[in-house]
Design a protein around this ligand. Structure first.
Ligand SMILES: [Zn+2]
Length: 86
């Protein structure tokens, strides 16, 4: 695969664990189609996942080591913490 993905169309898939209300990054640098497939797979396993827009290509291969993903996660948590209904 020599083709670079279009940065404007990248998605990341985030997992939500309702037991401890934690989020984790499942996958990143996905095309919209790949993200949808991933979401379907996760939902088949009974997991709750969401697709987020990813504004930039992430340099890290592994989402676990990805600082950009962590920044997205921090942003999401800050958003939900700021919601009085959450
Ligand atoms: Zn990432």
């Amino acid at each position: 695969m020599s083709e670079k993905p279009n940065p404007c169309n990248l998605k990341l898939v985030m997992l939500f664990d309702p037991r401890d209300e934690s989020y984790s990054i499942c996958s990143h640098n996905l095309s919209a189609e790949d993200a949808r497939q991933k979401l379907d797979e996760l939902r088949d396993e009974g997991l709750f996942a969401v697709i987020l827009d990813q504004p930039l290509h992430h340099a890290a291969d592994n989402p676990d080591d990805c600082t950009a993903c962590r920044a997205e996660l921090a942003w999401l948590l800050a958003e939900s913490a700021g919601d009085p209904q959450a």
